[in-house]
Design a protein. Sequence first.
Length: 257
Amino acid sequence: MKIAFFDSGIGGITVLHEAMKQLPREDFVFFADTLHVPYGTKSKADVKEYVKQSVETIREEEVKALVIACNTATSIAVSELRNTYDFPIIGMEPAVKPALEISRSAGKRVLVFATPLTLKQSKYTQLVSRIDDQRLVDSLPLPELVELCERLNFESQEVIDYFTEKLSSFDLNNYGTVVLGCTHYPFYKHVLRSILPNHIQIVDGSVGTVHRLAVILSEAGQLHADGNADTKFLCSSQNPDYIRKMEKALTFIQNHE
Ligand code: DGL
């Protein structure tokens, strides 16, 4: 049985990459909903339907757990999915809590990057209002970054100009952490590292998510299959060019730790 990963596009590969490191004896299947990427600028109702259709396809693959490697899909559909399927479903949310702890102790603020749809959901707004009693968290939607990412445009001048423009209204000295609250964004970690002041820590949820996946599988006695971190890539458009794109994206993230 395999561990399945799901995202609108190539973003979830950043989480798959972490799983390959933490769980090298497992095999994986990665599904991208290429017919509908990007999710972050679409309506909640549409995304809910796309996620449902995608998970129906994924379940045909003998899976022992499913990671919704997409903050947007998680914020919209995770509860319903958990009520529908009997395999464990692990979701993702922007790692605001650890970021807040780091920033607070440095007397600084938190800047959360995510899709417009994630930032609008009550799952996100309630999370922030629950833990941010000093109002230290600011949010910045970066929808165009998903589009750049889907073109494997990871390190061009266009990317640097994009971040420079988006961050121009923030005084970065006031921030201690930047949260990558969309799984597409960790492809830009190294570019961000060169743009952001050194004191800012970049936080993303992949390590914690994969750790939770490992705990859940271990508790179910389903860890340590005889796998080899083999990955089967699938996409809703069944386009072989996109499968190659996913393989390239995985190689990129493996080479840019
Ligand atoms: N990778 C996704 C996320 O984590 C969604 C990006 C998109 O499709 O807009 O939110």
